[in-house]
Design a protein around this ligand. Structure first.
Ligand code: NAD
Length: 323
């Protein structure tokens, strides 16, 4: 176990000084987002993740209507390790009853999150899915409010998350330099969609750390397929299922090929993968260790890329029209 821990690479996150494990623990499944997970399994998964070298845990009050934060809080407390041994990010502005990026709401939100997480501070607080709010409000009201939370010691760093990549440039071009520390992008650095790559030089020039989530494209790059609510087109889902079937036929697992693809770009500090069982944690850490030791499975990756070529970089709409 100790050997595995040593092998899971740590990567610097922008200018924050934080060193994140290259595989991060996405805690949305703990909010039953991908099907029911018992509290026992959730706590065991977090424990296994930490023991195998994962030091980064991401959640949101939105996941399972606060359930993910509550369960993650219990699981982290059960670790009984010093607070500085793990890094926690949560979010604000998106809730099960809608969006609210006002200063008043995000200031209240962090206190609620800290209570559920049983923590005195979070390492990163991110404005959650900003394409659903007014981007000008994010720039002029939300980020300044988060700055005050930073000064108060409730959060260490500030982030923004969203699906359309344009929202990051819109905000980063308008806020004072250094006021946004991190961006979290999702579903844009997977085998089927790698459009985040083009934005990396810009993000680096802004000194912003990069986290990429959903290497399995929220379940479409798995043998069992996506959840009911998945927003991808049926064409994209079918192509991914064809790729999964091809891998299985060759005795390989699409999830491993997909995670290794996302992990291989070291400019991205951490790849957040949603995990809901000890087995998934073990498989994903093993995939990262194997990648570091042997490199990518090039032959299989080529096959998968060829199958996904007709749907490459296909995405789906998200958010509101910005005025
Ligand atoms: P993902 O691509 O990580 O896929 C998760 C699904 O894959 C779950 O059903 C999980 O059980 C399954 N899975 C994980 N490992 C597996 C394995 N080895 N074999 C088979 N199946 C496996 O998608 P995600 O969970 O949406 O993204 C990861 C995390 O990133 C989230 O939990 C969340 O913390 C974060 N995220 C944030 C945003 C945002 O801020 N807007 C959006 C998406 C994700």
């Amino acid at each position: 176990m100790a050997t595995e821990r040593k092998h899971l690479q740590l990567r610097e996150l922008g200018k924050t000084g934080l060193k994140l494990s290259c595989v991060g623990f996405g805690a949305s499944p703990l909010g039953n987002v991908f099907g029911r997970v018992s509290e026992e399994d959730a706590i065991a998964s977090v424990r296994e993740a930490f023991h195998l070298g994962i030091n980064f845990f991401d959640t949101s009050p939105y996941y399972g209507g606060t359930l993910s934060e509550i369960v993650l809080g219990k699981a982290l407390q059960a670790l009984r390790v010093p607070r500085n041994e793990f890094i926690v990010s949560t979010k604000c502005g998106r809730y099960s009853d809608g969006f609210d990026f006002s200063a008043e709401r995000v200031i209240r939100s962090i206190d609620e999150s800290l209570g559920r997480l049983k923590l005195d501070y979070v390492d990163i607080l991110q404005c959650h899915d900003i394409e659903f709010g007014s981007l000008d409000q994010i720039v002029n009201e939300t980020i300044p409010a988060l700055q005050k939370l930073k000064e108060a010691g409730k959060i260490r760093f500030i982030g923004i998350t969203g699906l359309p990549l344009e929202v990051f440039t819109y905000v980063l071009d308008r806020v004072p330099p250094g006021s946004v520390d991190v961006i979290l992008s999702y579903c844009h650095y997977s085998i089927n969609d790698s459009t985040l790559e083009d934005l990396l030089p810009y993000l680096k020039s802004k000194g912003v750390g990069v986290i990429s989530a959903s290497p399995l494209a929220m379940g479409i790059l798995t043998e069992s397929g996506p959840p009911e609510w998945h927003p991808a087109s049926s064409e994209l889902k079918s192509a991914c299922q064809a790729a999964a079937a091809h891998c299985k036929e060759k005795g390989r697992n699409i999830s491993k090929i997909a995670l290794q693809y996302s992990l291989s770009n070291r400019e991205i500090s951490s790849i957040l993968v949603g995990m809901n069982s000890v087995r998934q944690v073990q498989e994903n850490v093993a995939a990262a260790v194997e990648l570091a030791t042997f490199g990518k499975d090039k032959e299989m990756l080529q096959d998968v890329e060829a199958i996904l070529e007709p749907v490459k970089n296909q995405t789906w709409p998200s958010g509101i029209q910005q005025s």
